[in-house]
Each structure stands twice: as C-alpha cells, then as structure tokens.
Design a protein. Structure first.
Length: 291
C-alpha cells in the first residue's frame, strides 16, 4: 500500500487497495492512520457494489441513518436508511436522489445535529463532462492561520449550525428553525483522534456566533467564510468514475462546483455516525504569539 499526498492543503490518495477483497487488519490500520493524518482519503479505480462499500465503511464505525425528524423511514427512497444517491438523474421530472444540481457552498455534513456525521464516503458512478468537482478545506490549517486577534475573539465561542434540507446555496439569511434542525457547536472543535483544533463553521450552515451582536457576528462570519475558502487550505477533487472518497467532517468542510444540469452525475453516499460528543478545542495560537 502506498499513501500519496494530493495537495499541500489536505488529502491523500491510497494506492494498492482493491475494495472487492478482504482487507487485513494491518491495511485497515494504515488506512485509518492516513485518514487521521490527511483528513481525506481517495481510493481510485474501485469497482464495488453497495455491499462492498458498506463493508468498507463499517470498519470506521456505524453507518449514519438518513432518518430525519418529521420524516418516516418509509418516506425515504428505495435505497434505504443508510444510502443517499447524490444525483441529478430524474425520472418523470423528479430527482431520484439528493443534492441534485449545481454548485454547493462549504459545509460539514449534518453539523446541525448534536452528533454530526463523523465521515462521509462518496463513490463516483456517473459524471458530467465538466465541473461537479468537490472542494475540501482543511479546518486545522484554517484555524491555525487565523489572525491572532481573531483567535482571541473566538476563544470559547459557539456557533449555531442550522440547515433546511435540500439547500445547496444559502440564499436567505435565516433558516426556518421551527421546521429544521439546529445545534450550537464550539467554533474551535477538538478532533478526538488527533487532538488538534479545527475551525468548525461553514457558509452553508453557520448562521450566527452565539452571544454576539448580530452585527459583530455577521462581520466575523463573513471573514471566516472568506478565510476558509482560500486556495492554500483547499484541495479540489476532480472525480473519475470509480473514485471512492472518504472525508472527515470533524476537521474539513466541503463544497461543489457547478456542472451541466442536463448531464448525468451520480455518486453513492454513506456516512459514518459519530458517537463521541463534539468538544471544544484549544485555541490554536501560534507559538510566537503565545510566548
Ligand atoms: C455530500 C456532498 C458534494 C458533491 O454528499 O454531502 O456535499 O460533490 N456532496 O456532490
Ligand atoms: Mn455534503
């Protein structure tokens, strides 16, 4: 097995693994270590069934459920409780999956729950001729490279994560909290495996910094969102059919570039449920400033 970094920002490709085969404990340990070191792992040229994808995912924890408050399991599609098809494919004019069209702004999956998804695993099955790239922003680097005075202002603060299902671009200032979930999480989130602090806010889902005036909160969040999308923190994944990408929602945010509405794009998605609570991380002051 070979681990090859994908960018200076985040992510590594894992070579020499065929997910149709049974992986040894040693291989799984190496994959998990790479996942912790690089936050995103990419395995290319995989030709796997849903069952094989599930078997791989289950090495990292329980599968996340797609059941949602107010939505009965039998209202989910035929793929069942754990599988989401991320696709624009339509039958009788209706999208057969989720997150169908175009650009999406940065977010961490299900950040609006008390226990957000630990990881998300997307497997590419059909792709358009251009676009639909997934961008990943390194939350550790984003946190560490904030100006020191900003770190001080955010010390101990929480941000409210809110989401209306299906939204891919935030077009209104406030989501409907009567009907959709929300949860306040620490802005500096401690990763339970690495111990490092990551910036846990995103343009799509973070509405306000708790306990700040609206004016100050809006101003700071706008700065954080700009900061987070800087290219030095971002790896852009150009998908190929057979790519399997697993990302860590605890220390990265992701976004998607636009793609043609009239060309098919289909990826099969599983999430890994988190079981450890979200905890506050130390402010990642630089050593020079701390001295
Ligand atoms: C997701 C997601 C991005 C993409 O599945 O959570 O954000 O590239 N997908 O489709
Ligand atoms: Mn997502």
């Amino acid at each position: 097995m070979e681990i090859v970094p994908l960018s200076d920002a985040v992510g590594a490709e894992i070579r020499g693994v065929d997910l149709r085969e049974t992986l040894t404990t040693e291989m799984l340990d190496q994959i998990e270590a790479a996942f912790h070191d690089y936050a995103i792992v990419v395995l290319r040229d995989q030709d796997i069934t849903l069952e094989q994808q599930k078997t791989f995912a289950l090495h990292f924890g329980e599968l996340g459920s797609r059941a949602r408050p107010g939505k009965k399991p039998n209202e989910l599609d035929e793929y069942g409780e754990h599988v989401m098809l991320v696709t624009n494919v339509r039958e009788n004019g209706k999208a057969i999956g989720s997150l169908p069209d175009g650009e999406m702004t940065f977010h961490a999956d299900t950040a609006y729950f008390e226990f957000p998804s630990k990881a998300t695993m997307l497997y590419a099955m059909e792709l358009p001729s251009w676009g639909g790239n997934t961008l990943f922003s390194n939350g550790y680097a984003a946190a560490e490279h904030l100006p020191e005075d900003m770190k001080r202002r955010l010390d101990g603060k929480k941000a409210m994560q809110v989401y209306e299902y299906g939204t891919t671009l935030k077009t209104k200032e406030k989501y409907d909290r009567e009907n959709f979930p929300y949860y306040a999480h620490p802005i500096f989130r401690k990763h339970p495996a690495t111990g490092r602090s990551a910036l846990f806010v995103s343009e799509l889902m973070t509405e306000e910094i708790v306990g700040m005036s609206k004016e100050e909160s809006d101003e700071i969040l706008a700065q954080l969102f700009e900061h987070q999308k800087q290219s030095e923190f971002v790896y852009e994944h150009e998908w190929k059919v057979g790519d399997l990408v697993m990302w860590d929602n605890r220390c990265t945010n992701h976004a998607r570039t636009d793609f043609p509405r009239d060309e098919r794009r289909m990826l099969r998605r599983l999430t890994i449920q988190d079981t450890t609570p979200v905890v506050e991380g130390a402010v990642p002051y630089t050593q020079a400033a701390a001295e």
